[in-house]
Ligand binder design. Sequence first.
Ligand code: AMP
Ligand code: ZN
Length: 112
Amino acid sequence: MDCVFCKIANGEIPSKKAYEDDRILGFYDLDPQAPTHILLIPKEHLSSVREITPENSGIVAHIFEVAAQLAEELGLSNGFRIVTNCGEDGGQTVPHLHFHLLGGRSMKWPPG
Ligand code: AMP
Ligand code: ZN
């Protein structure tokens, strides 16, 4: 499949890895929006949050567990943000489910 994050997951496209296990990958965003900006993806292709079902939703819990662990390891003790963009209005540019882990600066609310 012609999906950039599938290619990162299978090593066809290089990335700077922050975390990997058999089910998920964490890698640094090419265009960081905060001092720490990591993307966490399932290795299995899901296009967005829209494809989360009762059968596959365990991967989301796993991603959040790893995100919290990474935030701790990376010293984001003052807080951090986890974001997933969905569809055009959500600002999603890569159609493979991913969660942004952002930290190292104070975040604004609401987001733009
Ligand atoms: P989104 O706009 O929520 O779909 O997020 C996609 C993110 O992927 C953006 O923050 C991009 O900077 C990032 N991105 C796109 N291609 C790559 C790549 N090859 N390696 C790392 N990050 C990427
Ligand atoms: Zn994919």
